[in-house]
Design a protein around this ligand. Structure first.
Ligand SMILES: Cc1cc2nc3c(=O)[nH]c(=O)nc-3n(C[C@H](O)[C@H](O)[C@H](O)COP(=O)(O)O)c2cc1C
Length: 397
């Protein structure tokens, strides 16, 4: 019986490796040398200890997902005490937060994987309740309509709250924001990360500057495309100053609408931006496909194909990670067509801690638990097991 099972496992492994040849092949992205191309996408899970400090629960979660010599991108992490959108999301602006991250990074490294920190300033998507009472700041005083942050109410239950109208930044405040980012980059390096990823996607501050739907400034940070891209590009410059070449990355969401984002000509905007990013020798450019809105799929049929990485490939010279709605099969075909170099998986990694191993062995994938995405304890978080033939069938997608 045991012999028959191990023969079956070997046959499945052979099939998986054969079918996912490119996805499972090694790759170098800047200074990151990776055994395979299955990346864990950044996923906010709202499970820090008090004060935005990553604790044992988070360390265990990332440790479980770090056993295959790949790349993990740690969740959106606040660079400023004055800008946060989700209660119990992590920060990187205090000594305690830095020390918590350091323990987590050590656990990931001990299992042979690499980890990059996603640096996050939500701008107009900030709640004063989570931002030391400060009104959100943004390029212009334009609210993100129908967009919610999450706070715990008096009963300790998480609830969504609309973001208030932000205050337009004064020109002389921008250098202060760059200083915060710089400090966060220094702390991330001290915590032992392998790199940092600027969160310039999903309607957060750098993208608020970039798109003309959220930027009506008339100074050097608004108006022309060149001016609107300035904040984002200066941010990347700050990060590469600290980290040098090959260890800084940028995440973008071309044609994304999450956070009430829009632009009069997204194709031109993103082509220009990624062309400008060529000057920095990034580790990678991370592109969210517009078939995804934040953590949700768009309606079926709307951009069913991964169109953004395909389009931007011609304008960007470095490595590209594509993300958004991928299953192993279309991940493999996207790589084989040369439209991206690595694929990031978000929701599937939440429920499959051993995702690369499952792909390698053609094992079935466990269904994710949407109810446990944001906030809570180990349930629906670190209690998903690695694959075993004994897992009940109803857990599998
Ligand atoms: C629970 C959850 C939290 C997320 N948090 C982040 C985040 O912190 N930063 C980010 O850039 N994207 C975040 N995303 C988006 C994912 O990185 C990814 O782009 C999205 O889930 C689509 O990929 P998928 O279809 O593989 O899940 C989140 C998505 C989910 C489901």
């Amino acid at each position: 019986m045991i012999l028959r099972q191990s023969l079956l496992m070997r046959a499945l492994a052979h099939r998986g490796e054969h079918m996912m040849k490119t996805l499972l092949s090694p790759v170098t992205a800047g200074k990151l040398q990776l055994n395979h191309r299955v990346v864990m996408a950044p996923t906010t899970r709202m499970r820090t200890k008090q004060g935005g400090v990553p604790g044992d629960l988070m360390t265990e979660y990332y440790r479980q997902r770090a056993n295959q010599g790949g790349l993990l991108i740690a969740e959106a992490t606040a660079v400023s005490p004055f800008a946060n959108a989700y209660e119990d999301a992590p920060g990187i602006f205090t000594d305690e937060q830095q020390a918590g991250w350091q323990r987590l990074v050590e656990a990931v490294h001990a299992r042979g994987s690499q980890i990059v920190l996603q640096l996050w300033h939500p701008g107009r998507q900030s709640l004063p309740e989570l931002s030391a009472g400060h009104q959100p700041i943004a390029p212009s005083a334009l609210v993100a309509r129908e967009t919610y942050g999450v706070v715990k109410n008096e009963q300790g239950v998480y609830e969504g709250r609309l973001f208030p109208v932000p205050r337009a930044l004064e020109l002389d405040e921008i250098q202060g924001l760059m200083k915060e980012l710089r400090q966060a980059a220094i702390r991330a390096r001290a915590a032992g990360f392998d790199g940092v990823e600027l969160h310039a996607a999903n309607g957060y501050l750098p993208e608020q500057f970039l798109l003309d739907g959220s930027n009506q400034r008339t100074d050097s940070y608004g108006g022309s495309l060149e001016n609107r891209a300035r904040f984002l590009l200066e941010s990347v410059g700050v990060l590469t100053d600290i980290w040098g070449p090959g260890r800084v990355a940028v995440r973008i969401s071309p044609s994304g609408i999450y956070g009430d984002m829009h632009d009069s000509d997204p194709t031109a905007t993103f082509r220009y931006l990624v062309g400008q990013l060529n000057q920095f020798e990034l580790a990678y450019l991370h592109i969210i496909e517009p078939r995804i809105v934040g953590p949700e799929d768009r309606e079926a049929g709307y951009y069913a194909e991964p169109v953004a990485s395909r389009d931007l490939r011609a304008f960007y010279q470095g490595k590209i990670i594509a993300a958004g709605g991928f299953k192993p099969e279309d991940a493999e075909s996207t790589l084989q067509k040369g439209e991206a170099d690595l694929i990031a998986f978000g929701r599937l990694f939440t429920s499959n801690p051993d995702l690369p191993e499952r792909i390698r062995n053609a094992f079935p994938l466990a269904a994710y638990n949407r109810d446990a995405f944001f906030g809570g304890d180990e349930r629906g978080y670190s209690d998903f097991p690695a694959y075993s033939p004994l897992v009940p069938k109803d857990l599998l997608v």
